[in-house]
Design a protein around this ligand. Structure first.
Ligand code: GLY
Length: 368
């Protein structure tokens, strides 16, 4: 998703790109996610933390990109401002939500804390025994497989070239420049090379002496479907979420597991996800299980992605390590990578995302 979004941003500026993917295009984390997007925000005037600026800009770009993709390709990517509820069962979860709500206020995100007895006004399926429910009318979603399809079609129609099943196996560097990318299909020469290979990025960069670990963080999802619409809003409770689609499907996510590159679903985590979903919305007990799958989110050495030139190279850009937030941050990450390729001043301070930064501690701005 990140690489394809960069390709689209560059193609819109008239830059010719080739995208290499080791498997079918976008079939790893990009495809696996549930498509949750954060609410639009209008941070107050004054200095804004770069992570907040990146998230807010991306949230603003989504409706613009979605409209442009629809008019360019005829593909509706499923961007919808369905609204969401963030809920708590325990005192600790309530405390965490209250802290988050303080940030929503500062960032200009619309929200309402619902009174007990009033949950059903916003989401009739919610368990009335929940301790706390916050309503976020601007929470949105996109159908990531459709967004991938729309990006690929728009990229190709602007002359971009996509090479699926074409694994990169090395680079040719001369001094401070990468002059070619070596792949199973031969070498590709380029003025700029961008590594946006998700959890596989760290290994690729190792070969160039660039240390940017992207440890995989496995996430499992269960896809439910009802015979009637069972849920209206996106529901979030800590790391659990329920994302209802227009067609009655509901994605239930997600685990966070350190399982190396193993990507098959497993029984116990799926049972825990399903139990948590039914507790949040008891009506889900009548839904059918349509599918299960897992994906590998790319981690970084802290809580932030890497976006910028790789240390020691003038034309090698890294855009990876977005962990749970790759989909939501993809448009703004793409615009920033395009800024670097085109020699423009990046529109967000990239010092914050440098690969050779001091690891960040205590930040939690990319929750869903
Ligand atoms: N973006 C949600 C997840 O990674 O599970």
């Amino acid at each position: 998703m990140i690489g394809l979004s960069i390709g689209y941003a560059l193609a819109r500026s008239g830059v010719a790109c080739v995208i290499l993917d080791r498997t079918e295009l976008g079939r790893e984390a990009s495809w696996a996610g549930a498509g949750m997007l954060p609410p639009r925000s209008e941070p107050s005037p004054g200095p804004v933390q770069p992570s907040v600026a990146l998230r807010a800009w991306s949230a603003r770009l989504y409706p613009e990109w979605s409209a442009a993709l629809l008019s360019e390709t005829g593909i509706d990517n499923g961007y919808r401002r369905t609204g969401g509820v963030d809920v708590a069962w325990t005192e600790a979860e309530e405390h965490a939500l209250r802290t988050t709500a303080g940030r929503w206020r500062v960032e200009g995100i619309a929200f309402e804390r619902l009174s007990p007895g009033d949950f059903g006004r916003v989401e009739p399926a919610l368990n009335p025994d929940l301790r706390v429910v916050y309503y976020l009318p601007d929470r949105a979603q996109v159908r990531n497989p459709r967004h991938l399809r729309a990006l690929a079609a728009a990229f190709a129609s602007r002359g971009g070239s996509i090479r699926p099943s074409c694994a990169v196996n090395g680079f040719v560097a001369r001094g401070d420049r990468v002059v070619a990318v070596q792949s199973e299909a031969g070498a590709f020469q380029a003025d700029h090379v961008i590594v946006a290979a998700g959890a596989w990025s760290g290994r690729l960069l190792d070969g160039l002496g660039v240390r940017a670990p992207t440890p995989p963080l496995k996430g499992q999802i269960v896809l439910l479907r009802g015979d009637r619409p069972l849920l209206r809003r996106i529901v979030e409770q800590g790391k659990h979420y329920l994302v209802p689609r227009d067609d009655g499907r509901i994605l239930v996510g997600a685990t966070e597991e350190d399982a190396g590159f193993h990507v098959l679903p497993t029984a116990e985590p799926l049972r825990a996800l399903t139990d948590a979903a039914i507790r949040l919305c008891p009506v889900l007990s009548e839904a059918r299980v349509e599918a299960t799958w897992a994906g590998l989110r790319p981690g970084s050495f802290d809580t932030r992605p890497y976006i910028g030139f790789a240390p020691g190279y003038r034309n090698l850009i890294v855009a990876a390590g977005h962990k749970r937030a790759g989909l939501q941050l993809s448009p703004a990450t793409a615009e920033l990578a395009a800024d670097l390729v085109l020699g423009r001043d990046p529109r967000v301070d990239l010092a914050h995302f440098r690969i050779d930064r001091e690891p960040a501690t205590g930040e939690d701005v990319f929750r869903s």
